[in-house]
Design a protein around this ligand. Structure first.
Ligand code: F6P
Length: 509
């Protein structure tokens, strides 16, 4: 593991060369907006876990970032720069510009919901999904086409250089990039995708037609190593390759697969938060302001908090049901607790996400209708994106609910335990990747067990101050000890070691 204070600039190869690092992701680190009246483009930081994790590192180091143009403003930025990479706030950025139709098919049909729902096991399989002619068209004209476009843009952006090149394609949007990149660039680049979401075992992947499944797996096997959030995900990937890819063998390994005379590693790099950045955001003036607004709202009640994207895999509905069961089965908490859900809109073009938000609002309304009194609104849902408000709420919670059905990691749990000031208790699903790091100190629940979750909330609310402190301190210590720098530098380190050993092999052969 790399030292947290080390930077990529300190990481040079044995022969003294510095690698050229390329990140590729669907959502980029910056979003552009065109202001008609002022006739200018403004730039803001992109949102989401992936961008937050990588963005801060990219600003500190020499990185080329290739992403998709998502908005009208992004497209205008590309036109102004004639498709050439440009430096934005220290990051060399290139945006690819698929047609709107191709992007819609790639993002709103194949990536979300098809792949996302398979990997989070969200399909209601007696009824959904139906893979239709439209799905196949979206695969060919959308997913395949956009992945090829990404690979071409990456290859085209590499300046003439003798420096070693490492490409890090991010996540489920870009599974086919390794194949096209290998075709374009051969063995001279290290290709190292990182998959932010869970990788389920072979049975879950049967939903995907064989041709699509094989295409994804054999493309990933063109990489040098594939990064996952947990060892379980890496192991599942190895099993999928063994079962579905003819001629792929694990030779008994849990973390590698041999294919076409090459060894492809499957490694866990658990993602984390930018500890310094988060602590400094907590110090900025907006945070205490929002914190006092929240204190006015909660009064001296205990705060049960959740912070999520509006996302079916987050299991927001069942946690509302569990809260209702708590109020029903333990009436002593009525009027003494406050549930607050800070929900960030996400993928609102996809029908499943629109329905989910409506169901959440209806469920919260039912709880309030049943239990509220003139002085108490049992649950408050706040929809919108306000990171400072989330940090203020993290500081104040007594119980933090992180109860997804499946989740690659879940950074809310790490952010929460890092900045909380009340020795709050973490209620954690055994199906979140973060369970493997914080499970010993959290109260662990099954995401499907509404009664069990309600009883565990009761236990958290009744926990002695000593036990709360002991658990909260242990979790804080863990997060401080392995921040996002460790996640990133460990990946760079592995790619560089591979370059070093290639050189050694070349010089001894
Ligand atoms: O978990 C995968 C992920 O890419 C996160 O990094 C991010 O928070 C989320 O999905 C955002 O998805 P989208 O770009 O579709 O809004």
């Amino acid at each position: 593991m790399t030292n947290q204070d080390e930077t990529v600039d300190d990481l040079v190869l044995a022969d003294g060369q510095k690698p050229l690092i390329i990140i590729a992701s669907n959502r980029g680190p910056y979003a552009f907006e065109w202001h008609k009246k002022r006739k200018e483009l403004t730039v803001t930081r992109g949102s989401g876990g992936l961008v937050t994790a990588l963005g801060a590192l990219a600003e500190r180091h020499e990185v080329l970032w290739v992403a998709a143009a998502l908005s009208k403003g992004d497209r205008q930025w590309v036109e102004m720069n004639e498709d050439r990479p440009q430096t934005v706030e220290g990051v060399l950025l290139r945006l690819v510009r698929p047609s709107r139709r191709a992007y819609d098919q790639y993002y709103n049909v194949v990536a979300n919901p098809l792949l996302w729902f398979i990997q989070h096991q969200l399909w209601d399989i007696p009824r959904t999904p139906s893979i239709t002619r439209e799905t196949w068209r979206a695969w060919e004209k959308g997913y395949v086409a956009v992945n090829r476009l990404f690979a071409e843009a990456i290859a085209d952006s590499i300046p003439p250089t003798d420096r070693p090149v490492i490409v890090f394609p991010q996540d489920y949007h870009l599974y086919l990039v390794p194949r096209y990149l290998r075709e374009l660039l051969g063995a001279r680049v290290q290709i190292q995708p990182f998959i932010h979401i869970p990788w389920p075992g072979p049975d879950a992947w049967r939903i995907l037609p064989q041709e699509m499944r094989l295409s994804i797996l054999t493309s990933l096997l063109e990489s040098d190593r594939v990064g996952f959030q947990t060892e379980r995900d890496a192991f599942n990937f190895v099993q999928c390759c063994r079962i579905y890819v003819p001629d792929a063998h694990s030779r008994g390994a849990r973390d590698a697969i041999y294919y076409k005379e090459r060894k492809v590693e499957a490694r866990a790099y658990p993602i984390s938060v930018d500890v310094d950045k988060l602590e400094s955001l907590a110090e900025e003036p907006q945070t205490p302001l929002l914190k006092s607004q929240l204190i006015n709202f909660t009064g001296d009640r205990k705060l049960i908090l959740r912070v999520d994207r509006i996302e079916p895999s987050k299991n927001i509905l069942r946690s509302l049901e569990a809260y209702r069961a708590l109020l029903e089965n333990h009436p002593q908490h009525r009027g003494k607790v406050q549930m607050l859900a800070l929900l960030v809109p996400s993928r609102m073009e996809v029908g499943e996400y629109q329905d989910y938000l409506q169901q959440i609002m209806a469920q919260a309304g039912m709880i309030n209708a049943e239990y509220s009194d003139p002085y108490w609104e049992p649950v408050r849902i706040m929809v919108g994106e306000n990171y400072y408000r989330a940090i203020a709420a993290f500081q104040l919670y007594d119980v933090l609910l992180v109860t997804p059905i499946a989740d690659g990691m879940n950074l809310v749990a790490k952010e929460g335990v890092l900045v909380n000031q009340r020795d709050g208790v973490l209620l954690l699903s055994e199906s979140a990747g973060v369970f493997y790091e914080l499970g010993d100190h959290a109260l662990v629940v099954s995401p499907f067990d509404i009664y069990g979750t309600a009883e565990t909330m009761h236990r958290a609310l009744e926990m002695t101050p000593d036990e709360r402190r002991r658990r909260a301190e242990a979790m804080r210590r863990h997060v401080r000890g392995a921040g996002v720098k460790t996640w990133f530098y460990d990946q760079v380190d592995d790619a560089m070691q591979a370059f070093n050993s290639q050189d050694r092999n070349a010089s001894t052969s």
